[in-house]
Design a protein around this ligand. Structure first.
Ligand code: FPP
Length: 221
């Protein structure tokens, strides 16, 4: 089972509590750690989360810096991930891409977490950072074209950032936002979408169960 989450509404969660938006992101990262534990308990094979998009760089500098720090924190949870037998991976614009902007300290945290959890055999947690689905597909198309023959859907699948990533079984979007994002457009084609009105920091184990049930009902139909 592959669950993919668009973690929306951190800002709204904070504003409702008269807190700065950054406090909402902090709560969002903490809830992500809890969602990881709950997914492991439910034998989810793949959990992919949208941490930071190619469009998010235009947010206020302070907020961007805070979100980058939270990624460093998340990728630093190696002991916890090892205890859960979770392997962490990343998708996003390659660091050597001319338009990539990931600072060195985040690159290092990502590389280290991937290396330090690579032998785990349980769930795969993939964090999309500096990620945009259209950029991924454009890159894949360029690489597939270099094969020098008419490009097939299989060629494109193999040229995605993580060729081993299985198709998404259900997309979750929180915070009452009922729209598609620039997230896993290739991998999630045909998947049902579970819309939750909860903001991401309040997204609960019951919501995970509801999303997984939606995926199972869709598989049976
Ligand atoms: C959406 O809330 C959230 C983001 C743009 C950033 C996602 C970051 C986190 C969930 C925290 C850390 C997670 C990782 C992977 C380290 P929003 O700011 O768009 O909220 P709003 O729609 O209420 O303004």
């Amino acid at each position: 089972m592959h669950l993919a989450c668009i973690m929306d509404g951190n800002g709204r969660w904070a504003t409702r509590r008269h807190l700065p938006r950054t406090a909402g992101h902090t709560a969002g990262e903490e809830n992500l750690a809890e969602v990881v534990r709950q997914c492991v308990r439910r034998d989810v094979d793949w959990l992919t989360v949208f941490g930071f998009s190619t469009e998010n760089w235009v947010r206020p500098r302070r907020e961007v810096r805070h979100i980058l720090g939270l990624h460093e924190k998340l990728f630093g949870r190696v002991a916890e991930l090892n205890e859960l037998n979770v392997r962490i991976t990343w998708i996003g614009r390659p660091f050597d891409d001319p338009s990539a902007r990931t600072p060195r300290y985040v690159q290092r945290a990502i590389h280290k977490a991937i290396a330090d959890t690579s032998s785990n055999t349980g769930m795969t947690l993939t964090v999309a950072f500096d990620y945009g689905s259209r950029a991924e597909i454009v890159d894949a198309a360029r690489r597939a074209k270099a094969l020098g023959r008419p490009v097939t859907a299989d060629d494109l699948s193999r040229a995605m950032y993580l060729p081993d990533m299985p198709p998404v079984d259900v997309v979750v979007r929180t915070s009452g936002e009922r729209r598609v994002s620039n997230f896993l457009l290739w991998q999630a084609a045909g998947a049902p979408i579970y819309f939750s009105d909860e903001t991401w920091p309040d997204f609960s184990a019951d919501d995970i169960d509801a999303a997984l049930n939606l995926a199972r009902a869709h598989q049976r139909s």
